[in-house]
Design a binder for this molecule. Sequence first.
Ligand SMILES: Nc1ncnc2c1ncn2[C@@H]1O[C@H](COP(=O)(O)OP(=O)(O)OP(=O)(O)O)[C@@H](O)[C@H]1O
Ligand SMILES: O=P(O)(O)O[C@@H]1[C@H](O)[C@H](O)[C@@H](OP(=O)(O)O)[C@H](OP(=O)(O)O)[C@H]1O
Length: 326
Amino acid sequence: MALKIPVFTCPLYCLLSCRGGSSLSKNSQTSHTPDMSSSSSGWTPRHSQLCMYFDNIVLFTGSFQVGEHGTLLKKFCKGEQQCYLKLMKDSLRPFVPAYHGVVQKDNQDYNMMENLLNNFNSPYIMDCKIGSRTYLENELQLARERPQPRQDMFEKMVAVDPGAPTAEEQAQKAVLKSRYMQWRETLSSTTTLGFRIEGFKKPNEDCQTNFKKTKSKEQVIKALSDFVESNTQIVWGYLRQLRQLRQVLETSDFFKTHEVVGSSLLFVHDCSGKARVWMIDFAKTVTLPPHFRVDHQSPWVEGNREDGYLWGLDNLIDVLTNMLHY
Ligand SMILES: Nc1ncnc2c1ncn2[C@@H]1O[C@H](COP(=O)(O)OP(=O)(O)OP(=O)(O)O)[C@@H](O)[C@H]1O
Ligand SMILES: O=P(O)(O)O[C@@H]1[C@H](O)[C@H](O)[C@@H](OP(=O)(O)O)[C@H](OP(=O)(O)O)[C@H]1O
């Protein structure tokens, strides 16, 4: 049973309470980060339509709040809670944020977790979505049974490629989410490499999220080199972490028994040379039926539940290794 405790009243609450696709991982073609007026608490919040952050402190999506004692509160998702409860007892525990239970604020439940940026000084932060697929099989099923064409996704599609929608989609000015997600996967490196860069943020710079069309190995390397500013010590640090994670995934009961979709690796480093990687976002990670096995590497065909997580991780390790020989 998860702990339910009242949330500490945070002075930033009202500044952080907007939702609207404003995360590091919600892409857009443009970026702007106007300063907001300084608050009496001494914080200088800045925001954009892409991400929200507080001078070198943290990066949020609209579904996050600041918690007490260096914690983050993410809007409650039962599936994600179940994952975190299991992960706290799994060999993957060192590679996920510590989970502290459920808290309530204004009738809204939140999963409370460790803020992974706590021990970094002016962190560099990158979100990479891992896997060859970003939607669940049951989302496809649902789209077939109850199609809900999305105007917002049509607009996002046209903004990147006006020729992408079919004649029917053009007429409706809407696309199905499953169709949009599959299009996003082929546009980016998700289909070809099993991972994609969602965005990154360097200290004192705006969020960079213009990676929707970052697809080839060369393009990915260019973006990663920008993120690490060609610092090979940092690349080594990330490689060590990713290789350890790869080993632990082989032994993890959680990994053996779950389809891991839409989950990201959060990369964080700072100028001291410290570099860490964590698995985050388990909102679309689901338990496999008993005795159902996936190898996390085989190509996906509907029904086999393969997520391509290990394939993507291996490719990411490969790409970072190549960067050392550039
Ligand atoms: N524990 C954490 N510590 C620090 N930052 C975090 C943590 N969890 C998430 N973040 C930040 O918040 C961003 C969004 O996290 P997450 O993917 O879990 O949210 P989401 O609402 O599911 O986003 P999306 O729908 O865009 O995938 C991450 O890219 C990361 O920058
Ligand atoms: O990155 P983009 O191009 O902005 O597209 C979003 C991205 O694919 C998210 O993963 C997805 O959320 P989920 O993974 O949670 O489904 C979101 O769906 P949503 O708009 O229904 O939240 C999409 O809009």
